[in-house]
Design a protein. Sequence first.
Length: 370
Amino acid sequence: MKKITNIAFFINSLNGGGAEKVLSLIANELVKNRKIIIITLDKYTHSIYELDKRIKVIYIGFKNDCDKSSINKISDFFKIPLKLAKIINKHKIDVVVSFLIRANLINSITTFISSHKLVLTEHSILSKEVSRNPAVRFLISLLFNRAKKIIVVSNCAGSDLTQNFKIKKSIITTIYNPIELDKINSLMFLKINNYIKRWINNTFTLCFVGRLEKSKNLDITIKAISKINNIQLLIIGHGSEENKLKKYSKDLNVENRVLFLGWVKNPYKYIHESNCLILPSKWESFGNVVFESVFCKTPVITSDIPALREVHYLLNKQTTLFKDNDLNDLVLKVNSLMKEKEIKRKNIAIGNKLNVKIVTKKYLSLISEI
């Protein structure tokens, strides 16, 4: 078996997000004894995550367009694979590990003109992401089976691929996302702005951390806030739904009880200070923030959807589930938590499962097998 020494990671950009963070963490570990390059589709980007100086970043020369419609640009499917193949040959790359739909499709197409080994990683529930794009659904079904391995971040993400895209079960492996436990431990006790601290400590505070998109279903939480006394909601993140959510808060007369903080570099100190984290998503592929919150000893309420149910059992049923998109059940579960005289703040032993070094070893073991 040939030793894998030169590995390339391929992604849309390094501008932020869960997949980008995972890529950065794993690349930083692997570069200690292997040649690692990162190839991005956006020549104007720079990583918001710290990268080891030994990692070479190559911008493929096409401005990133994360709009789903960009996947259908026929010219991209001719130009980008050719350019990617040249980079692979120049740097004598053994394996290309790609992240997210667009990079995964381009990586798959490039195997027609390059001899590199193909590994794909999926960080979403693809059937939800491309539900309105039959062309992309067809391409996924056609091309993903060319992969030697497909890494998914949860069992339910893998089931989605086999059931909805007819991907071979034998090439799918679940590797949960890594969590930077040492970093979280050092950041969650840092001081927060006095005004925000007073606001949080004023009354029972729910905290949401993530993208403000329809899939996150934040409007149900704002609606729940309007039906419960002595409670408020701290929202950390940006997204396309931000203005709509602000207007919805105002329409329900709870704008004084909903604080939009935007994106913050250290969300852990706010999670730790809050009474409870909430994740009411319509769909998720994993839910890193749930593990992070549990490590911060902050109780968690999530919607009862497949991925978050999977997380619930991984955490020994320490999260609270409410019926998916059921406002009354959400209100009931929040009220129940508020009535507890002393909320349990347990630090569950999750380190070994999601430690960065251990997750990286799983990636390397999988890559070495192909």
